[in-house]
Design a protein around this ligand. Sequence first.
Ligand SMILES: [Zn+2]
Length: 150
Amino acid sequence: MKCPYCFNEETQVIDSRETEDQAAVRRRRECAKCEKRFTTYERIELLDLIVVKKDGSRQAFDRNKLIAGIRRACEKRPIPTEKIERAVDEIEQELRTMASNEVQSKLIGNLVMKKLRAIDPVAYVRFASVYKSFRNLQAFERELDKLKED
Ligand SMILES: [Zn+2]
């Protein structure tokens, strides 16, 4: 690690500790030449998740967009914000453990529906009807039956 002040290549780690949330390691380093100190952080590299849409176009996974979509379905329902965020955390975690960093938007939609089904039936039906854009009530009811069977 080069010194950011004099660009000397020889620096020494003088202290190393985990950050409070244990998500990173913080290292204090000292330059062997100018003796100035600086800090580096080591973190897990999260691969960018790519969402593949129905038409084949690709888009970076946007956590905020997902939260907004779920919030819309949960509008005026007695659902705490943290419950929504936890659901999104779990969905994101599940997506990141998959073999590929490209995920079908359909899969994300299904994961959201699964979560919402457990959280609030009204929010679930709202999300499902927007997401699936059912042509008619029968198509929607068929889908509900399918989900009930799983
Ligand atoms: Zn230096």
